[in-house]
Design a protein around this ligand. Structure first.
Ligand code: DCP
Ligand code: MG
Ligand code: MG
Length: 586
């Protein structure tokens, strides 16, 4: 069997986009805003507005002055601080990811496939449902399950029921009667139910409405999502209506065709239409030439206005511009891409974004010459960093996704040592001569019950100022600092308390011995300890510290003499009691 004759693997992609995102975030924060026209302002621009405001003719990226003219009662909200939107964005992404990936702890056999989720910008997600639908369909076929409604189990174990042979959930563009007859349409139908489930869950858990599109590629899913908004979903099937929907799209709406391609294509369409018009006019002139000369009609009356240059839609460009002409215009590589998009081919995969290796906050300024000023600036930056870490890595239900084990301070400094005297000139400034020092991240920063400013102070006093002094080299150096950058690096999964090393290393203001020493000394199995719930581990460590076990590392002779056996036993008893196992009964 050649590749051409292999049946194409059905694909089902969902694109999910939150409605009027920044403005809706404000409505969720303050429900009294609902129903009023609201706009989010950044500088002089309305970056977005709710649909009440849109009904006055205000669009995204409108000038604020124009918007107020169109709707004098417009409620304007300052959206220059986007951290709250970023937090919602992350939370909704995590929610969807949680539904589309197997729960932790599921065995390999019961785990099944997960659906790749790609986050694009602040409020868009692409979800590839092909694998989970394929597994579901195979299970149904092999189990000869003919029940209707059919149960669909999502990777998380959540479930919903759908009717076979019924229409898709939401709106459809395509051919409904033949629906579910081919694997491709049945995949799209099931994906439309998944989309409805996800939108329902997002709404019930966060209060946000969203719109979704379902199609067999990212391209079609995105176009379908844009077909009806807000709070709606559309499934783009095959057939004439679907082809017309695609062909009527202006190039501006096609992701992957930027202005560098769109503008020359529009000019080419205009040029070709002009040629066609001239040919038609010439044709008419020839046909009616004799009549015109007899009747004395002016040539101008024959000008055709039936061929206005149309907007460059997908259909128009495809019918007027050949692949060869595309190659002349854009070179073969780009022409192939454009040609393929115009045919509606988009095989691009859904790519789950890799997590960043580090998260950093930076500020630059003309001068900073005192330690007090450095401390103030560091506190400000550290608070921003901790907020950012929380936005990116913290989830209310599941805690920390990752924690950074190290913190890195970078400074751009001019230095002069005290030996050079008060008049000694500082070394010249370099363009970008940065110095860097790192240290373990104190564990206290992950305690979200404490305010970010308090945690930032701990980070600055205990870690960052000492690092800054290391950058300076000598404590009485005069300096001029023009840039500070704090980076959280060396990430490990889960919360900091799961990482036993960080847990111990974290007591920066209580310089305990290294964790290896504590663990070796007390013969507590680190794996056993690490497997315990965080609160129990914390209790054990506290109990060890109360018992003085961690006060100092033992000398080799103490260890050999087994003098610690009492303490070891005590710590095991604490552990067993905490686990609910009563030693005396055993
Ligand atoms: N955004 C921005 N600047 C832009 C485009 C968008 O700051 N040039 C922000 C504001 C939007 C958010 O990103 O709220 C999401 O962009 P969308 O294009 O999805 O627009 P909305 O979600 O606001 O509206 P819609 O209901 O049309 O999706
Ligand atoms: Mg949106
Ligand atoms: Mg969007």
């Amino acid at each position: 069997m050649s590749l051409d004759t292999l049946p194409p693997q059905p694909r089902a992609i969902i694109q999910l986009d939150l409605d009027y995102f920044y403005a809706q975030a404000e409505e969720v924060r303050d429900p009294s805003l609902k129903g009023k026209p609201i706009a989010i302002q950044q500088k002089h621009i309305v970056v977005t507005c709710n649909y009440e405001a849109r009904s006055f003719g205000i669009g995204k990226l409108a000038l604020l002055t124009e918007a107020v003219k169109l709707c004098p009662s417009l409620v304007i909200i300052d959206g220059s601080d986007i951290s709250r939107y970023r937090r919602w964005s992350r939370q909704i992404f995590e929610l969807v990811l949680g539904i589309m990936t197997p729960k932790e702890g599921a065995s390999k056999e019961e785990e099944g496939p997960s659906a790749a989720v790609e986050k694009l910008g602040m409020d868009e997600l692409f979800i590839d449902c092909s694998e989970i639908i394929r597994t579901h369909s195979i299970r149904r076929q092999t189990g000869q399950d003919e029940s209707n409604p059919v149960r669909f189990e999502l990777p998380s174990g959540d479930e919903f029921f759908y009717l076979t042979g019924s229409y898709a959930e939401g709106h459809m563009i395509g051919t409904p009667p033949a629906f579910a007859e081919t694997p491709q349409t049945s995949y799209l139908q099931i994906a439309s139910h998944i989309a409805a489930f996800l939108r329902g869950r997002i709404f019930s858990e966060t209060g946000f409405t969203s719109s979704a599109g379902v199609g067999h590629s990212k391209l079609f899913a995105k176009l379908a999502a844009g077909a009806r908004k807000p709070n709606a979903q559309t499934c783009l099937l095959a057939g004439e209506a679907a082809s017309k929907f695609f062909d009527d799209m202006t190039l501006r709406k096609i992701p992957g065709i930027g202005s560098a391609v769109r503008k020359p294509l529009q000019s080419e369409v205009d040029r070709l239409m002009q040629e066609l018009r001239e040919i038609e006019e010439e044709d008419q002139r020839i046909k009616f030439g004799a009549l015109a000369s007899i009747s004395g009609l002016d040539d101008g009356t024959l000008k055709s206005d039936s061929l206005h240059p149309p907007a460059a839609t997908v259909g128009v460009v495809r019918s007027l511009i050949s692949q060869q002409r595309l190659e002349e215009m854009f070179g073969s590589k780009l022409a192939t891409q454009v040609h393929s998009l115009l045919q509606g081919h988009d095989p691009s995969p859904i790519v789950a974004a890799a997590l960043p290796q580090q998260i950093s906050i930076e500020d630059s300024f003309p001068h900073c010459t005192s330690l007090q000023e450095i401390s103030d600036r560091l506190k400000d930056l550290a608070a921003q960093l901790l907020e950012r870490l929380q936005e990116e890595e913290w989830n209310l239900r599941r805690g920390w996704r990752r924690h950074a084990r190290s913190v890195r301070l970078t400074g751009r400094l001019r230095k002069a040592s005290a030996a050079e005297g008060a008049t000694g000139s500082m070394r010249r400034a370099w363009n970008d001569d940065r110095e860097t020092r790192s240290s373990p991240m104190p564990v206290d920063v992950w305690d979200v019950d404490k305010p970010a400013t308090a945690r930032a102070s701990v980070l600055v006093e205990g870690t960052l100022l000492p690092l800054f002094n290391k950058l300076l080299g000598s404590p009485d150096s005069r300096f001029d600092c023009t840039l500070l950058n704090i980076a959280a690096t060396n990430f490990a999964t889960g919360s900091a308390s799961k990482d036993i090393r960080t847990f111990f290393a974290a007591s920066a203001d209580n310089p305990a011995p290294p964790p290896e020493e504590i663990l070796k000394a007390d013969e507590v199995d680190p794996e056993f300890l690490a497997a315990l719930p965080a609160d129990i581990r914390a209790e054990i460590v506290a109990a060890q510290q109360r018992a003085g076990i961690t006060k100092r590392p033992k000398t080799p002779s103490e260890a050999n003499a087994g003098r610690t056996s009492k303490r070891v036993k005590a710590s095991h008893i604490v552990m067993l009691e905490l686990l609910g196992l009563n030693m005396t009964n055993n």
